[in-house]
Ligand binder design. Structure first.
Ligand SMILES: Cc1cc2nc3c(=O)[nH]c(=O)nc-3n(C[C@H](O)[C@H](O)[C@H](O)COP(=O)(O)OP(=O)(O)OC[C@H]3O[C@@H](n4cnc5c(N)ncnc54)[C@H](O)[C@@H]3O)c2cc1C
Ligand code: SF4
Length: 471
């Protein structure tokens, strides 16, 4: 155990962030990892609880008390080994995970949790990314479709177990939403590149710019011993109101992807730019927040973020006790950079002139018996030159791939899987948002690992041809 009295002597101390006025001038990361002594002090607050609820809070079951103890003792190499035993990409979760482990840390019951995510990132950033090569090759071939965190984690686990893995990715480069959704100021793309390079050295072959739903690849998939689908859930929820077709109204993902491509040095013809514009982001979640930070960096004149639900409480409600995820009011780093936030506002129409958006017609709403009802006399107009729709995602995109592989979808349109990621088709598995619905990076990694381990077990058993219908 780390210092038995550490939590009594020391408070929670988070990594510092560069000042707002400085960081909004660029798209680089702005979190400054704590120096090793501060890290060891923070790790010493871990109580090594008899029942470590952080294990249950982390979808990967990260061995948090073990690495806290090792960090406190200065054994960073051992801490890293324990961390990498459960998490393929701690350098990524250490940057973008909302840290449900911290919400369920026992210290959070009465006070402030251990800064677990910062410690995770600091340990992860000591890795040299040397390839971990399988001791023997199995001769079995596995196709992974999609290279977001679920596909990457699955591919790495399978390659390290000696299987020949090919990752088919429709985009020009690997990473999924890590590369094309999450802005660079939260996750610089070099972080993904060095992991992908390690995976290539471990034998994973990336086939980028290739749509696996095309007839040629659909029939190629027949030749593999197993297929792991990790295609994400990119169907955006639309706003079905009059004026939706006006110029200047865009889905958040289209906007964010363009900026990430610009940061990567690509020329984006005719892209959307918030410079000098009054921007309204519809959707109060993380995707909306990423739009806020991006618009501010592009030089927006004003940014407003609308949320249809009422403002959450400042502290947990009685029906939302520890160790559950606290449903409380939060301010993201992007929101802190300067945006107006409005809660309980519903857009009823997008208004415009000469085919371009000029504003939103909105009403206030209130919760009445669990239903949102309009507040009489609350109609108002919010001026806007650019409207970004960030209201979540409804599931995987429609694709001929599912029918071709004989994979069933569930009632919500996600790929139906059992607890190990098995679909209805023999030796076809699915992981991440495609089966779970839009979720978190940490869940995608956990799902990818679980499905890969199930595939590995299946391939160790009797080999049967992959059942592929149609195509
Ligand atoms: C803007 C935004 C910000 C987010 N920020 C965070 C955050 O800060 N922290 C967090 O934990 N989570 C965040 N999330 C959620 C997180 O990114 C996702 O839960 C996670 O990326 C899901 O991983 P995945 O591998 O299942 O799917 P994805 O990352 O969506 O990857 C799916 C991949 O499959 C590919 N693909 C699809 N169809 C085909 C095909 N036919 N052929 C070949 N390839 C195909 C796609 O091109 C894509 O690369 C965010 C999401 C968004 C949209
Ligand atoms: S992956 Fe996320 S939940 Fe798990 S230990 Fe790291 S920060 Fe916590």
């Amino acid at each position: 155990m780390a210092d038995p009295r550490g939590f009594l002597k020391l408070g929670r101390k988070k990594a510092s962030e560069r000042p707002v006025a400085e960081r909004v001038r660029h798209f680089h990361e702005f979190v400054e990892p704590p120096p090793p002594p501060a890290l060891a002090e923070q790790a010493s607050r871990c109580m090594d609880c008899g029942v470590p609820f952080c294990h249950q809070g982390c979808p990967l079951g990260n061995l948090v008390p073990e690495w806290n103890d090792l960090v406190w003792k200065g054994s960073l190499d051992l801490a890293r080994a324990r961390l990498l035993a459960t998490n393929n990409f701690p350098e990524i979760t250490g940057r973008v995970c909302p840290a449900p482990c911290e919400a369920s840390c026992v210290l959070a019951l009465e006070g402030e949790p251990v800064a677990i995510k910062d410690i995770e990132r600091a340990i992860a950033d000591t890795e040299d990314f040397a390839p971990v090569k399988a001791a023997r090759r199995t001769g079995r071939r596995v196709a992974v479709v999609g290279s977001g965190p679920a596909g990457l984690a699955g591919a790495q686990e399978l390659a390290r177990r000696g299987h020949d893995v090919v990752v088919y990715e429709r985009d020009a480069a690997a990473g999924g939403l890590l590369r094309y959704g999450i802005p660079d100021f939260k996750l610089e793309k070099g972080v993904i590149d060095r992991r992908v390079a390690q995976m290539e050295a471990e034998g994973v072959r990336f086939s980028c710019g290739v749509d696996a739903a095309s007839p040629a690849i659909r029939s190629e998939l027949r030749t593999y011993d197993a297929v792991l689908l990790a295609v994400g859930a990119r169907r955006p929820r639309d706003l079905e109101v009059p004026g939706r077709a006006l110029a200047g109204v865009h889905f958040a993902m289209d906007y964010l992807t363009q900026q990430n491509r610009r940061v990567a040095g690509e020329v984006v013809e005719g892209g959307v730019d918030a410079r000098g514009k009054r921007v309204v982001v519809i959707g109060g979640g993380d995707t909306g927040s990423d739009c806020v930070g991006t618009a501010i960096r592009q030089g927006a004149a004003r940014v407003t973020q609308l949320e249809i639900m009422p403002r959450p409480p400042d502290a947990r409600r009685e029906d939302n006790p520890w160790p559950e995820w606290p449903l409380v009011f939060r301010t993201s780093s992007s929101q802190e950079e300067g945006c107006d936030r409005e809660f309980a506002v519903k857009t009823v129409e997008i208004v415009g002139a000469e085919g371009r958006v000029t504003g939103l017609s909105a009403v206030r709403v209130t919760l009445d018996g669990g239903r949102l009802v309009d507040v009489a006399g609350s109609a108002h107009v919010i001026e806007a030159d650019l409207v970004l729709l960030a209201m979540g995602f409804t599931g995987p995109e429609a694709s001929p791939l599912y029918a071709a592989l004989g994979v069933d979808l569930d009632a919500r349109g996600n790929v139906a899987v059992d607890g190990e990621g098995r679909t209805s088709a023999h030796n076809v598995y699915c992981a991440g948002d495609a089966s779970r619905g839009q979720s978190l990076v940490v869940w995608a990694i956990a799902d990818g690992r679980r499905a890969a381990h199930a595939i590995d077990r299946a391939l160790g058993a009797a080999v049967r041809p992959l059942a592929v219908v149609g195509g």
